[in-house]
Design a protein around this ligand. Sequence first.
Ligand code: 5GP
Length: 114
Amino acid sequence: MPETIFSKIIRRELPADVVYEDDELMAFRDINPQAPVHVLVVPRADIATVNDILPGQAELIGKMVLAAQQIAADEGIADDGYRLVINCNRHGCQEVFHLHLHLIGGKQLRGISR
Ligand code: 5GP
């Protein structure tokens, strides 16, 4: 997988506002937030897109969702709600080719089809 800006953040070669990390994941605030809370949950493993997730990584993907759940609680947005999004490739408007889960909330979001 080609080097991305997120690999450099994971290796602490570039700064980021980190809100959570463990052996497998790092979560940091999006540099261009779309809502009051906009956090990216990123696996340390080199996975470029959803298309590249292997069956053996199912638990890792579940941990990404559970980390987002915990961060939402920590940010105080769990009860009001939030959105979890993973963009994939061109039609999904993926810009950074290191898998990441967007946690977006802190305001009323528009319906996905509106
Ligand atoms: P994508 O479109 O790939 O799903 O989302 C990439 C996200 O990464 C965008 O929301 C963009 O604002 C964010 N982003 C791009 N470069 C950086 C960076 O250097 N630092 C941080 N924290 N976020 C970034």
